[in-house]
Ligand binder design. Structure first.
Ligand SMILES: [Zn+2]
Length: 320
């Protein structure tokens, strides 16, 4: 991740300075996607656009302002920069987001209400205690969910999915399932078809279990290199081959079991091999698995074979 220079702005009301970082490059490693549409990508940080002045509390969009300066000093010279004491703009908290609604344009309401939903969910996203801290929090949250439901159109997958999510959050599980089932895909060439189908299944599964809270969605068809010794594959288990015995060096016999994972409809399927105690006999074909494995080359009769050797299997979701 590489940060660029800081942009300097001034509050349109009182002239107080504030600054915002910029990003030159980043990546999506270690990222997570959630059912409420939020993605958290630590290596691709997000900086606020809607913020408030720390001097006069005025709320405004930085993108509506002209930057008045730029601080491109490196970290070792930043202390000497004339902008050194300017504070960074921060994301608004829930109270301020509601204040922002009062001064926003109609076309900004949907995004601000989405941020309010995310801000409530942030309180439990990483295992926090609860969404409602203050007395009127639950009312405010519910009022926001309902208003957002009314704002969202039916014209694309993301909006319909978000509506289904809101019904689920509100405990209206049947409405959630009806809506999710009504989403049809007309374009068979849509490259996200598989991903959208998996999202539908995951939402239906959670609604069926009457789970209301936000959840991390699992990308089926994901191959992530964690480091040289660990690869994580999330895919659909399409075949479990019978246990076999193989002779390894010095006449020792190992048991092995192979499973076939479908990553997506375009790329070739992947075979993962488990040895000995790592045979995982209870796997159900059709389920979505996250498999941690390593790449290893094995010599057999003077020939070399490269395999994915399974280390750990985790069932991500039951599917119909
Ligand atoms: Zn101000």
């Amino acid at each position: 991740m590489m940060l660029g220079s800081d942009y300097i702005y001034e509050c349109p009301k009182c002239g107080h300075f504030l600054k915002k970082s910029t990003l030159i490059s980043g990546n999506t490693f270690y990222g997570a996607d959630y059912s409420d549409g939020k993605s958290i990508k630590p290596m691709l940080p997000d900086f606020p656009d809607l913020t408030k002045c720390k001097n006069c509390d005025n709320i405004f969009w930085l993108s509506n302002l002209k930057k008045i300066g730029e601080d491109d000093s490196s970290w070792w010279e930043v202390a000497n920069s004339k902008w050194a004491n300017v504070e960074y703009a921060e994301f608004l908290n829930i109270k301020d987001l509601f204040r922002a609604l009062e001064i926003s344009k109609p076309q900004e309401e949907e995004i601000i209400r989405t941020w309010i939903l995310w801000a409530f969910n942030d309180r439990i996203r990483d295992g926090g205690k609860g969404m409602f801290i203050e007395e009127d929090d639950k009312d405010l949250w519910e009022q926001n969910c309902k208003a957002l439901l009314n704002l969202l159109s039916d014209d694309n997958f993301d909006k319909k999915y978000m509506k289904a999510e809101l019904y689920r959050n509100l405990g209206e599980f049947e409405k959630c399932i009806d809506l999710i089932e009504s989403i049809n895909f007309n374009d068979k060439n849509d490259k996200d078809l598989r991903w959208k189908t998996d999202l539908k299944n995951q939402m239906k599964y959670k609604a069926g279990k009457k789970v209301q809270s936000v959840f991390k969605t699992s990308k089926v068809g994901k191959l992530q290199i964690i480091n040289q010794n660990l690869i994580e594959i999330t895919g659909r288990l399409i075949q479990v081959l019978p246990i076999q015995t193989v002779e390894v060096r010095n006449g020792r016999v190992w048991k092995k079991r192979e499973i076939i994972l479908e990553i997506n409809s375009i790329d070739p399927n992947l075979c993962v091999t488990f040895f000995n105690d790592k045979l995982f006999p209870d796997l159900i074909e059709g389920s979505i698995l996250k498999v941690s494995c390593v790449i290893a080359s094995i010599e057999h009769n003077k020939e070399w074979f490269t395999r994915l050797i399974g280390r750990k299997v985790e069932e991500v979701l039951e599917v119909d």
